[in-house]
Write a protein that binds this ligand. Structure first.
Ligand SMILES: CC(C)(COP(=O)(O)OP(=O)(O)OC[C@H]1O[C@@H](n2cnc3c(N)ncnc32)[C@H](O)[C@@H]1OP(=O)(O)O)[C@@H](O)C(=O)NCCC(=O)NCCS
Length: 433
């Protein structure tokens, strides 16, 4: 399914509600350079960023101009062309357990001017997007968030967690496997093709990962360019691991931060390490942990089931902090649940409560021995009752049903649901969007 988010109209109900408060909800077209500039400056303001130069905005629009740019305008302010509310969206694809890529409505750039906050602008922007995405046939919406307090009320839940690591390399001592192949330092242009292929293979095999647009690929590799606001990437270094046949199987992007008082105590700040094979994973981590003049590796946004702790002599050399990363929202329960596979066979009836009235109802999920499920609306009594947000949290396998039952987020007999939804691997998304 391919849906052009930018071509979908805004939601009439949200438009009407905002109009009642003297505010206009609308879209900025891809060819409206002045409109996109004003929209982008409003986003920068909303995220406490500096104003963007004309070149920076132009570079941004080149990569993101085709996305859907939603704005809310207050015609009574001194500069009415600048929106007081913004939201950007596009369609992508989200890998679910079993490896299917589900079409998903990606949301970003949600801001409301500090002068217009807490008047329901974000509520209308989100409501409008979710109804628009549902009307366009998208089964899921997704975002990464600035604060964990905002999106639960809109039916989103954290469904893929991530971890930050800090490794004391002097203590760690590599005990992982010896590897073959070759790990080498390359420039980003040399890395690009191989990296794209590795990312694509990893994405297809990783629930929680999404199709990465050009802008995010360049941001990951550090090739977005200074005009696009990326002033740090000249310091970034790139490692590539090739297998014995010379095929790239993984890469790492990092920078070095020196210690002014002690040259032997530099820090590797690892931005990304992506590996399509176990060997590439081990080889890249080992190279990072055994660098001369380095005493510490910090790594952001790593999988919560990172195997690294089992590859070092002293696992207390690694300190881990976990946090919520990908938030998803189910818009169509049967489509979302049928897209994934299940670890076991079984039948469970779910009563799903959706306060926004987008996706709720009672559904029978019946998975066969091959893990494929049929999901249908039913009038049968429910085994389990849960919010649409709790269902999103379970959907990718990031949390067990019995954990949510203990937390009071799922009611009823969760034994069957727990066994059905459990997955072998934790879901993981490797970038912010
Ligand atoms: C987050 C933001 C977009 C909210 O906009 P807003 O128009 O003030 O939100 P609304 O008035 O529509 O609020 C809707 C609900 O969310 C709550 N809410 C809004 N922002 C919140 C926040 N930061 N933390 C907790 N609750 C929040 C409101 O209290 C309200 O709650 P209610 O449903 O119980 O009444 C705005 O504060 C903002 O621009 N923040 C800075 C940029 C940012 O972090 N954006 C989010 C990016 S992921």
């Amino acid at each position: 399914m391919s849906v052009d988010a930018a071509a979908q109209p805004v939601d009439a109900a949200a438009q009407e509600e905002l109009a009642g408060r003297g505010l206009r909800l609308g879209l900025v077209g891809a060819s409206d350079r002045a409109g996109l500039d004003a929209w982008a400056q409003a986003v920068r303001r909303g995220f406490l960023d500096v104003r963007g130069s004309s070149d920076a905005l132009g570079a941004r629009h080149e990569l993101r101009g085709h996305h859907r740019h939603v704005g809310v305008w207050d015609t009574t302010v001194a500069e009415p062309a600048t929106p007081v509310g913004t939201l950007e969206s596009w369609t992508s694809a989200l890998t679910v357990p079993g490896g299917t890529a589900v079409p998903a409505w990606a949301i970003s750039g949600v801001t409301v001017a500090p002068t217009h906050r807490r008047r329901g602008i974000a509520r209308n922007l989100l409501g409008s997007e979710l109804r628009t995405a549902k009307a366009a046939g998208l089964p899921m919406a997704m975002l990464t968030v600035s604060e964990a307090t905002i999106y639960g009320r809109f039916g989103f839940a954290p469904s893929a967690m991530a971890a930050d690591l800090e490794v004391d390399t002097g203590r760690a001592r590599w005990t992982g496997p010896e590897t073959t192949g070759r790990t080498q330092l390359v420039e980003p242009d040399t890395l690009r093709d191989g990296a794209e292929q590795v990312l694509d293979r990893v994405r297809r095999a990783t629930p929680g990962n999404i199709v990465m647009g050009e802008v995010f690929l360049r941001r990951m590799l550090g090739t977005l360019g200074e005009t696009a606001g990326d002033t740090h990437s000249r310091a970034w270094r790139h490692l590539r691991h090739d297998d014995a046949d010379g095929t790239p199987q993984g890469f790492a992007v990092y920078r070095l931060v020196e210690d002014d008082r002690d040259m032997s105590r530099s820090t590797v700040v690892l931005h990304h390490l992506v590996a399509a094979t176990d060997e590439a994973y081990a080889a890249l981590w080992r190279t990072l942990l055994e660098m001369d003049l380095v005493s510490r590796v910090t790594a952001h946004l790593r999988p919560v089931d990172e195997p690294l702790g089992w590859m070092v002599g002293d696992r207390r050399a690694i300190r881990t902090t976990t946090f919520d990363h990908l938030w998803t929202r189910i818009l169509d329960v049967p489509a979302a649940l049928e897209a994934r596979t299940y670890e076991t066979s079984g039948r469970v009836v779910l009563e799903v409560d959706d306060p926004l009235g987008v996706a709720g109802g009672t559904f029978a999920l019946e998975a066969d021995a091959s893990g494929v499920a049929q999901v249908s609306v039913t009038e049968a009594p429910a085994d389990v009752r849960l919010g649409v947000d709790a269902l999103a949290a379970l959907h990718l396998g990031g949390v067990r049903a019995h954990t949510l039952a203990t937390a009071g987020r799922v009611q009823g007999d969760v034994a069957v649901l727990d066994a059905l939804m459990a997955t072998a691997r934790a879901p993981y998304l490797d970038h912010w969007f």
